[in-house]
Design a protein around this ligand. Structure first.
Ligand SMILES: Cc1cc2nc3c(=O)[nH]c(=O)nc-3n(C[C@H](O)[C@H](O)[C@H](O)COP(=O)(O)OP(=O)(O)OC[C@H]3O[C@@H](n4cnc5c(N)ncnc54)[C@H](O)[C@@H]3O)c2cc1C
Length: 404
């Protein structure tokens, strides 16, 4: 049995856990990160790709944005397409210079793992039997097995950054958390393809046959999505059928269409909105997907993970520097205000751009009117733009020990 001690024990080496570990490092706060998957698995997992302006600024301020600076694709706008026509929304002009950046989550994770390794602070991959205990004491514990050794890791605080299927949230006693959930009657079939993007910006499409999204990961790789039933077997979709459906839904009257290429990855993801509140129990703090899930339409999941850990790092800095606990006490309320606004936005994008099975002709006409209003009103476009590039965080970079 190995007995370890740290200030902050972090479960999960996804974006939330790795960013928190680095923010704490920059403030001289010790942490140990415990991850149950291998390094390769964590890096290869294809997921988010849209970074809000605030997330990009945060990665820069943390000093981990070298590759992002070189390889990230800054987008000043996006397209909304319906009834065979694309409509441009200029995010940058509408938000006083802000933008989004396309940079794969796996690249973000790779950069953060490299940064962690360079600090020589502990990061255990392939940890087994991970569990947490003594959460309502001042010395909570993370137990795990690594190699052939069982470890007892005593901490001041545990950060549950272990995603939706992790162990932290289920370890909170029954009755403490309120759960808010909505599942959607559709999922996304996503592909990565070796095809040069035929648009420089994302194209969100509502078609009679359902939603489609055109996006990209690099100047040579496109990332495309189709609305399908939530339990759709991927085997039902040979590559030719995927391309035919993509082109049917996305091609516009002016002839714009996605470029076809070799599909190198494909899968179906169900869609869900979920919030657990409060995001804290005793000395356990939940951050990122362990506390909330958004449907990917608004591109908010990774960005919420980043804003949660900024708030947590700022509160932990106050705790370690002056023994102040008020900021930790405010953590959940501060995060949840931003989380619920992102939930509302993601729900609105999802319900406006997808066709639900129970939908009536009235509902569809209302969706068209919604999109017609959106793309013809500067006020409506501004509202979308400020939410899409990301609402401001409530805590400053300086409060987390970063340059402003
Ligand atoms: C297909 C898809 C597309 C998406 N697109 C977007 C997008 O465009 N924009 C966007 O912002 N978001 C998007 N998201 C959401 C985004 O990927 C997540 O919100 C983000 O990964 C959350 O980061 P996290 O660190 O909180 O959780 P995770 O990335 O899930 O990380 C949690 C980590 O904890 C580990 N873990 C789990 N259980 C344990 C355990 N018992 N012990 C130790 N470790 C454990 C996991 O292996 C994982 O490494 C998408 C998600 C999916 C699935």
């Amino acid at each position: 049995m190995g007995s370890l001690r740290t200030q902050v024990g972090i479960i999960g080496a996804g974006p939330a856990g790795l960013m928190l570990g680095h923010l704490l490092h920059l403030n001289g706060i010790d942490s140990v990160i415990v991850e149950n998957r291998s390094r390769e698995y964590v890096i290869d997992r294809v997921r988010a790709g849209v970074l809000e302006q605030g997330t990009v600024d945060l990665l820069h301020a943390m000093g981990v944005a070298g590759n992002l600076q070189r390889e990230g694709l800054r987008h000043d706008g996006l397209y909304i397409s319906f009834q065979g026509q694309r409509h441009h929304i200029n995010l940058t002009e509408l938000t006083g210079g802000r933008a989004i950046t396309v940079y794969g989550q796996n690249e973000v994770v790779k950069d953060l793992i490299d940064a962690r390794v360079a600090t020589s602070r502990p990061l255990y991959f392939e940890a087994e039997h991970v569990s947490v205990g003594a959460l309502d004491s001042s010395s909570p514990v993370i137990r795990f097995r690594h190699g052939d050794v069982d470890h007892d890791l005593r901490c001041d605080v545990i950060a549950g950054c272990d995603g939706f299927h992790g162990v932290c949230r289920p370890s909170i006693p029954a009755g403490v958390l309120s759960m808010y959930e909505r599942t959607y009657p559709f999922g996304w079939l996503g592909i990565l393809a070796e095809a040069a993007p035929s648009s420089d910006e994302l194209v969100y499409t509502l078609h009679e046959r359902g939603f489609a999204l055109f996006s990209m990961r690099s100047p040579k790789i496109t990332r495309l999505y189709l609305q399908v039933p939530p339990d759709e077997p991927i085997e039902k979709w040979p590559d030719d059928a995927i391309w035919e459906e993509m082109r049917t839904r996305m091609t516009t009257r002016d002839g714009w269409t996605p470029t076809v290429g070799r599909i190198i990855q494909k899968g179906v993801t169900p869609m869900r909105s979920f919030v657990a509140a409060p995001m804290r129990y005793g000395r356990l703090f939940l951050a990122g997907d362990s506390a909330h899930i958004v449907p990917p339409t608004g591109a908010k999941g990774l960005n919420l993970a980043a804003s949660d850990v900024l708030v947590l790092a700022s509160a932990l800095k106050a705790f370690y520097e002056g023994g102040r606990t008020e900021r930790l006490d405010e953590y959940s309320d501060i995060c949840l205000r931003r989380v619920w606004k992102a939930q509302r936005f993601s729900w609105w994008m999802t319900s406006t751009l997808h066709r639900a099975p129970e939908e009536t002709a009235f509902d569809h006409q209302r969706q068209i009117a919604d999109l017609d209003y959106l793309t013809s009103s500067r006020a409506a476009m501004t509202s979308l733009a400020e939410q899409y590039v990301g609402l401001p965080a409530e805590v400053s970079f300086a409060s987390a020990g970063l340059p402003s």
